[in-house]
Write a protein that binds this ligand. Structure first.
Ligand code: IMP
Length: 443
């Protein structure tokens, strides 16, 4: 049995809370894409852990896997593992030998390229973690994989080929000075040591085989998507995207588990009751039209804690965008949705969402394929009666029927439009503040 968790918007939908809630029934939690650009906070036994690479399940005694579709920065990986160990935990993390390694020159180039793009106002607003340049090298067949760290000769060969190219790019194309990130000897030394540690701790796996064997042994597997549908490299608002596939198809290619397996399981789209966006790109429902809207955005931002986990940047805020959710549901084939942060919208004068878009005089139901067209879309807004702030902890204890009626109407509308039932509703940051209607592992 597998459950795939997918962000249905722009990332930061609160996927971690559901991975937490349902991950309890999983034996293995596998990430299938992205790297340390993700940020999740796990609260366990009153302690808070901020992680960007280690799957949150690993804090809870599950096996955490970084699949072949991930890009792994070993510095971050071991920093996080060491911090968890210092705090008395013993996370069991396995890393796919086929996953690509984020090298120091990738991070450097991420920053340099963003800077160069910003001169012409086309920067993506990346997290600066070297994600894009690493996936570029993967597609360009000049990457370094985790398995290469295990053999110093192979590692050296790879670096001797690729590093002079990076140096030339930095020096000759961008006219900057290359530094330690382009020093083959020190890279071999540091990264071969990471390889030794990975081997000594038995952390590397052939991901496809590992998950096959675990499933044969009867283990339940959860696939934990990072980021979200609209920053998917194929299905997102290109070029304002990350360089991987957060959508459900990525779970198969990013771990080596067949799509017939993930497709027989559950695919749950995580939705935030409004929108937030870090970085550039269109956002038709953005609350930035006038001072009133900006004040409303500030209020939602503060109440929802909408500041980047990785970068600390304030997130842009907008109304829920249903065309976006229809697109997400079609791309990933949601069997259910979970809607978070419903409490954050309590006590407003009115609650709105975009039910459709208007583009060049036509009404359209999903997101157009080009970002330029998307930027020209005007939201067709639908208003809902507001719901009051209530004691959400009590509501969470009593269940869905205890939710304010107007909030339920809003959720029923969204579920109907997306064509998937509501599996859970988040009404607060605490684990106890998630109302569960359906446990996907029981489906
Ligand atoms: P990158 O993944 O660092 O290359 O950034 C590309 C785009 O994806 C930028 O707009 C980032 O802000 C966005 N992004 C990357 N990771 C996350 C995430 O975990 N949550 C929300 N946005 C993200």
């Amino acid at each position: 049995m597998t459950v795939t968790i997918v962000g249905s918007q722009l990332g930061d939908e609160g996927k971690g809370a559901l991975v937490d809630l349902w991950g309890g029934a999983a034996d293995v939690v596998a990430r299938y894409q992205g790297g340390d650009n993700a940020g999740h906070t796990v609260v366990e036994g009153g302690d808070e852990y901020k992680l960007s690479l280690v799957p949150s399940g690993a804090v809870r005694g599950k096996v955490g896997v970084l699949g072949n579709g991930c890009v792994v920065n070993p510095r971050t990986l071991f920093e996080e593992i060491d911090t968890l160990r210092d705090r008395g935990l013993d996370p069991d993390v396995r890393v796919a030998e086929r996953a690509h390694v984020i090298m120091p020159y990738h991070r450097r180039l991420d920053g340099i390229e963003e800077e160069a793009k910003s001169d012409s106002g086309v920067e993506v607003g990346t997290t600066g973690r070297g994600i894009g340049p690493t996936y570029e090298d993967k597609a360009g067949r000049r990457g370094v994989r985790v398995g290469d760290l295990l053999d110093t000769n192979v590692l050296r060969d790879r670096l001797e080929y690729v590093v002079p190219q990076k140096r030339a790019l930095i020096e000759e194309v961008y006219g900057l000075a290359a530094g330690d990130e382009c020093d083959v000897e020190s890279l071999v030394e540091e990264y071969a040591a990471f390889g030794r540690r990975l081997r000594e701790e038995g952390m590397t796996v052939n991901c496809s085989d590992f998950l096959y064997e675990r499933r044969q042994a009867g283990d339940a597997v959860m696939f934990e998507g990072a980021q979200g549908t609209l920053i998917d490299i194929d299905h997102g608002s290109y070029p304002y995207v990350t360089s991987s596939n957060p959508t459900a198809g990525g779970a198969a290619t990013g771990t080596g588990v067949g799509p017939t397996v993930t497709g027989r399981g559950e695919v749950v789209g995580i939705v935030k009751a409004y929108l937030s966006r870090v970085g550039e790109g269109p956002m038709p429902t953005e609350l930035d039209g006038d001072e009133r809207e900006e004040r409303l955005a500030d209020r939602i931002r503060e109440k929802g804690g909408e500041f980047g986990t990785v970068t600390g940047r304030p997130r842009r805020i907008g109304w829920l965008d249903v065309p976006m959710l229809r697109h997400a549901a079609r791309v990933s084939g949601f069997t259910g949705i979970a809607v978070n942060h419903v409490d954050v919208l309590a006590d407003l004068d009115t609650v709105k969402l975009a039910a459709a878009y208007e583009l060049d005089g036509d009404v359209i139901e999903t997101i157009p394929a080009t970002t330029e067209q998307w930027a020209r879309c005007d939201p067709v807004l639908k208003e809902f009666e507001p719901w009051p702030a209530v004691d959400w902890t009590t509501v969470a204890e009593e269940g869905y029927d205890a939710m304010p009626t107007n909030a339920r109407e809003y959720l029923d509308y969204v579920s109907g439009e997306v064509g998937a039932p509501v599996y859970a509703v988040g009404v607060g940051p605490d684990r106890a503040e998630t109302i569960e209607l359906v446990d996907p592992f029981e489906q």
